[in-house]
Design a protein around this ligand. Structure first.
Ligand code: FMN
Length: 257
C-alpha cells in the first residue's frame, strides 16, 4: 500500500478517538475559565452598525428551490452587494440567537444559527469588502453579539491580494465580498482536548459553508467554498497571528446571471 493510503497517524484524527480513548482531561474539567466566544474590539477601531438581517428581501423564499439551486459559482457580475444582503449572509452563517445569561450555562457561551460541538463556536468571521454599498473598502470582522462590523485592515489592492492568497483563483479577488472564517482552536480544545477537537472543528465549519450557500441561493447570489489558499499569506492579510487564530475556510460572494 502506498504511503498516502496507509497514513494511519493522520487519518486517526478523523475518528477523533485514538486507541479507544475518549478525549483526555480537558481545561474545562480542570476548572480553567471558559475562553471568550468573540474577540474583543480595540480602542479606536471603527465600528459599522449592520441593518437588521430580517429586513432583507429574499428573491427565492422557497427553501426547496434554494436547496435545489445550490451550486458553486465562480463567475460574478461587476456589481455591488447591498449592506442588507451582507448583514443577512453574516447572520445566516454565524448570527447569535441567544447568549448564556446564567452561571450554569456559562460554558455554552452562545447559541448561533449553526450547530457547533459543545456550542464552542471556534470561528471568527471576516469580510473583505471590495464593493459593498454603504461600506468603505476594507477588511472587517463580524461582531455577531452587537450585529456590527469592526474595521480590521485597509490594505491596498485588496482584489489582487485576495487572488494571491487564494493561490491564483481570480474569481476570489473579483467578488464584491470575500468571506473568511478563522479558527481559534482553543475554544474547542478547552472542552474536548485533542485529538477530538480537530474532528469537531472540521465538522463545525461545514455547517457554515452550507448555510452560506443556501442563504446566497435565497438572495439570488452565488458563492463557492474555498479550501485551497496560502496559509501564511491569508493569515497576514487578515491580521491573524497564525498560531492562536488562523485562516481556515473562505468563500467569495457575488451576483450571478
Ligand atoms: C472543503 C471544500 C473546499 C473547496 N475548495 C475549493 C477551492 O479552493 N476552489 C474551488 O474552485 N472550489 C472549491 N470547492 C468547491 C468544490 O469544488 C465544489 O463544491 C465541487 O466541485 C462540487 O460542485 P458544486 O458545489 O457545484 O456541487 C471546495 C468545496 C469544499 C466543500
Amino acid at each position: 500500500m502506498s504511503e498516502n493510503r496507509n497514513a494511519d497517524s493522520h487519518l486517526s484524527y478523523l475518528k477523533g478517538y485514538i486507541d479507544g480513548q475518549s478525549y483526555p482531561m480537558s481545561d474545562q474539567a480542570r476548572g480553567v475559565p471558559v475562553p471568550a466566544y468573540e474577540k474583543s474590539v480595540q480602542e479606536g477601531q471603527t465600528i459599522v452598525r449592520l441593518p437588521d438581517p430580517f429586513l432583507v428581501k429574499l428573491t427565492e423564499p422557497d427553501v426547496l428551490r434554494c436547496l435545489d439551486n445550490r451550486v458553486s459559482s465562480r463567475v460574478f457580475k461587476d456589481s455591488a452587494l447591498t449592506l442588507d444582503e451582507l448583514s443577512f449572509l453574516l447572520w445566516a452563517t454565524q448570527g447569535i440567537k441567544k447568549a448564556a445569561d446564567d452561571e450554569r450555562h456559562q460554558h455554552h457561551s452562545v447559541k448561533r444559527i449553526v450547530p457547533s460541538a459543545g456550542s464552542r463556536h471556534p470561528f471568527e468571521t471576516y469580510v473583505a469588502a471590495g464593493n459593498v454599498e454603504g461600506l468603505a473598502y476594507g477588511i472587517y470582522r463580524y461582531l455577531a453579539s452587537v450585529n456590527s462590523l469592526v474595521l480590521e485592515n485597509e490594505p491596498e489592492d485588496l482584489a489582487v491580494k485576495i487572488t494571491e492568497g487564494a493561490i491564483g483563483q481570480r474569481f476570489c479577488g473579483a467578488a464584491p465580498a470575500f468571506f473568511l472564517w478563522s479558527v481559534i482552536p482553543y475554544r474547542t480544545i478547552w472542552r474536548y482536548g485533542l485529538p477530538f477537537s480537530i474532528k469537531a472543528i472540521t465538522l463545525d465549519c461545514g455547517h457554515i459553508g452550507q448555510n452560506l450557500h443556501v442563504a446566497c441561493a435565497a438572495l439570488g447570489l452565488g458563492t463557492c467554498m474555498i479550501g485551497a489558499y496560502n496559509q501564511q499569506y491569508m493569515d497576514a492579510l487578515f491580521c491573524l497571528d497564525g498560531k492562536e487564530e488562523f485562516a481556515f475556510y473562505m468563500a467569495p460572494v457575488g451576483r450571478i446571471d
